[in-house]
Design a protein around this ligand. Structure first.
Ligand code: TRH
Length: 380
């Protein structure tokens, strides 16, 4: 590790699913590749990590992946020198001895909590504010977001140019899809479906099956498969499975590496995504999307859903705004999707154009990694 490089430690506990590791892995790679920083990524569960980065050796305590030093976060923490910048992702609790090491440094580190993504207005007021202190080491809130005054969204340099090139290259898309075993019929719309369990899925698939247009639905292995199985009347769906019901083809895909998942989103006409990271990636795909938000206690996630919708629909005509909002609300309530899907289809050209406009508007903000680096620059 070079003496000259600023050292960053990112701490990630995998609570459930893939968002925690998805976000921190993406951030760590970008800080190395685009800001030449020395980054250690501490992760308590390497198995979730391995799903999106198959090179990960789940048995070793230390390894380098794409320039990032990946460390298994051990149950018994060993004394470790604290870095110049310390990021606790999603309010994870740092090891007590590491906090002590932070306090012992001559120049205390910049300590930040990288928070969950929300479009709510209060985020702008809280981003960058001081949080708690450990001894004399001050912690700060760092909030990703969609509006000026937030920390922005993760977006690698050149991402939109790469996306556009790929979307303008039918052969590259065909080759990519064929690599996943997908043979897309030329007249079929392509939909990716990454979601939690959802009681509304059956009615959406019903609507697609009885449509005059054919649809090919690509379902990465995961939590929604139970609902797909029930609708198809089959058991034990595995990657590679393909079933046709009237106008709809349902195909199960393996969980792919993060970069390939991006390409999958870029190929599809419509992306159903969930959580945090896939939600942002679908926005960068510049195509209409459907968000299955991560459910929280006391339904606080519904406020987040409404806050995002309020921003997203700006610039849409009233009927298109109503259609897409209705679809998102129904999906997140596990309610009947049929009518909402038909209304959404009526406004398709407008929604397609809007998805690209939204993407370009969001790309005007500094990306989250750059914003973090700037925050450090200002702080020091
Ligand atoms: O997996 P998630 O549901 O993660 C969630 C959310 O982040 C939520 O906010 C958080 O509180 C909870 O975890 C603990 O959805 P998300 O955020 O989209 O993360 C999925 C990651 O998996 C993302 O980085 C994309 C990646 N991915 C692949 O790499 N390959 C794949 O084939 C698929 C489907 C996803």
């Amino acid at each position: 590790m070079s003496e000259l490089k600023t050292r960053w430690d990112i701490f990630c506990t995998v609570v459930d699913n893939y968002g925690d590791i998805g976000v921190t892995w993406r951030l760590a790679r970008q800080l190395v590749a685009e800001h030449s920083l020395a980054v250690r990524l501490w992760v308590d569960d390497l198995r979730a990590f391995e799903r999106m980065c198959p090179e990960i050796d789940v048995h070793v305590a230390q390894q380098w992946q794409q320039g990032v030093e990946v460390r298994r976060w051990p149950a018994e923490w060993l004394p470790t020198e604290a870095a110049d910048v310390v990021i606790a992702a999603f309010a994870c609790q740092l090891p007590a001895t590491y906090m002590e090491a932070m306090a012992e440094r001559k120049q205390p580190p910049l300590w930040m909590n990288l928070d969950y993504l929300s479009a709510e207005d209060w985020v702008m007021g809280c981003h960058g504010l001081p949080s708690v202190k450990y001894k004399h080491v001050q912690k700060y809130f760092f909030f990703p977001g969609f509006q000026k005054g937030t920390g922005g969204l993760l977006r690698e340099s050149g991402l939109l140019e790469r996306r556009r090139q790929f979307q303008q290259d039918p052969q590259a898309q065909r080759t990519f899809l064929q690599g996943l075993g997908v043979d897309r019929a030329p007249d079929a719309q392509l939909i990716s479906l990454f979601a939690y369990e959802n009681a509304g899925l059956a009615s959406w698939l019903d609507a697609l099956a009885s449509d005059s247009m054919s649809t090919h639905v690509l379902v990465p292995e995961g939590r929604v498969l139970g609902d797909v199985e029930r609708w198809l009347g089959v058991n034990d769906l595995q990657a590679g499975a393909l079933h046709v019901r009237e106008a709809v083809t349902v195909q199960v895909l393996p969980f792919v590496r993060q970069d390939q998942y991006d390409q999958l989103l870029w190929c599809c006409d419509f992306n159903a995504v969930r959580g945090e990271d896939s939600f942002v990636r679908a926005q960068w795909a510049g195509r209409p999307l459907l968000w299955h938000i991560y459910q929280q206690e006391e339904d606080v996630h519904l406020d987040k859903l409404e806050a995002f919708l309020a921003l997203y629909v700006k610039g849409l005509s009233a009927p298109a705004s109503e259609a897409i909002s209705g679809l998102w609300r129904a999906w997140n309530a596990g309610a009947k999707m049929t009518d909402h899907w038909h209304s959404t289809r009526k406004h398709w050209p407008e929604l397609e154009k809007h998805a690209e406009t939204w993407c370009l508007e969001q790309a005007l903000q500094a990306d989250l990694a750059t914003a973090l680096v700037q925050f450090y620059g200002n702080w020091i």
